[in-house]
Design a protein around this ligand. Structure first.
Ligand code: SF4
Ligand code: MG
Length: 329
């Protein structure tokens, strides 16, 4: 299987009044054609910055691309101009967000919004584009698509609006769809429907998906590969089954423990990880998880753990998995 996207040692910082924040500290991962990669971690871990970097949608300045490459179909997006990026955005790479109102224009009928993209990127006539807009609404199961195509975003419920946003994102047949917490604001039932819908569309249209979420629970049957981020770094990555059944990093184990289980008793409290991630103004010299890790060793505080290879493209960044690990040191 070939890679659609290859992110290599990406480093992204923000210039702020108080100094530089090292939001993404040297991450590397691949997205295969037609597959789903989930990027999982708490808020502030760098996952949205990673997504924003791929689209080059982060404000410049203060964003500083300090190093690395984002290769999309072999082309480095980091070195593309704004004009060149506009040929990718909404065309080859599309993005959906937690709040559909950030992608939808509230003052424009939804059909018109879909038509605009198709006219610009696919050079369709108005009639062709209008027909395609209705087809896209039918694809995402919006009832009475031929009527609703002439309605405004506020005339749709939250779940329906999310479907409309997916229709808009998919209209130019992108090869990569980036979904940043697409279902966080929705109730559990609608959440499942939207994720199933994305999977259906992927089966039909064959795009790759980057699914960004803080909830490891929702990726189990939706992602092929998982990247776990913590404090701007990748701490574990691998095939979804290996991450779920053979997690190696204490942070991944903690995230898994925070996922509600079907056999939980009614008033059993949900596990939550104590403490907060480190401040990325002054990133720690050693393991970022040190302060919160119940397996921490002396070596972890001031030394950066390197990746250990567990086979089958499964890696973790923790001294416990180092071949010389010894808790007595
Ligand atoms: Fe815990 Fe040390 Fe592993 Fe970090 S390197 S996760 S502190 S055991
Ligand atoms: Mg985010």
């Amino acid at each position: 299987m070939s890679n659609l996207l290859e992110v290599k040692n990406l480093q992204v910082s923000f210039q702020t009044f108080f100094g530089e924040v090292e939001a993404v500290r040297g991450i590397s991962f691949n997205v295969e054609k037609g597959k789903t990669l989930a990027i999982v971690g708490e808020s502030g871990c760098g996952k949205s910055v990673t997504a924003g970097s791929i689209m080059k949608l982060l404000p410049q300045p203060p964003v500083l691309y300090k190093g690395g490459e984002i290769l999309f179909e072999g082309e480095n997006l980091i070195s593309k101009s704004e004009k060149e990026m506009n040929e990718y955005r909404g065309n080859k790479i599309a993005m959906i967000f937690q709040d559909p109102m950030t992608s939808l224009n509230p003052t424009m009928k939804i059909g018109k919004q879909i038509v605009e993209g198709l006219r610009r990127h696919k050079k369709m006539s108005s009639e062709e584009a209008h027909k395609k807009a209705i087809e896209m609404l039918e694809l995402v199961a919006v009832p009475q698509a031929d009527k609703r195509v002439n309605q405004y975003p506020h005339e749709f419920s939250g779940g329906m609006r999310q479907r409309v946003m997916i229709a808009l994102a998919m209209s130019c047949n992108p090869s990569l769809l980036i979904a940043d917490e697409p279902t966080t604001a929705l109730d559990v039932t609608v959440q499942a429907q939207i994720l199933d819908l994305m999977k259906d569309i992927q089966d039909k249209m064959g795009m790759s998906i980057i699914l960004i979420t803080h909830d490891l629970g929702i990726v189990a049957d939706k992602a092929d590969d998982v990247v776990v981020m913590y404090a701007g770094q990748i701490v574990e990555q691998g095939k979804t089954n290996d991450i779920f059944y053979n997690p190696k990093h204490p942070y991944t184990k903690n995230l898994l423990a925070s996922v509600p289980r079907p056999d939980m008793k009614k008033d059993e409290p949900l596990y939550s990880i104590q403490g907060t991630p480190p401040d990325l103004y002054k990133p720690p010299m050693g393991c970022g998880f040190f302060d919160r890790c119940n397996e921490a060793m002396i070596v972890c505080e001031n030394n950066m753990p390197v990746f250990s290879n567990h086979g089958n493209e499964h890696f973790s960044r923790c001294f416990l998995n180092h071949k010389l690990a010894n808790k007595e040191v």
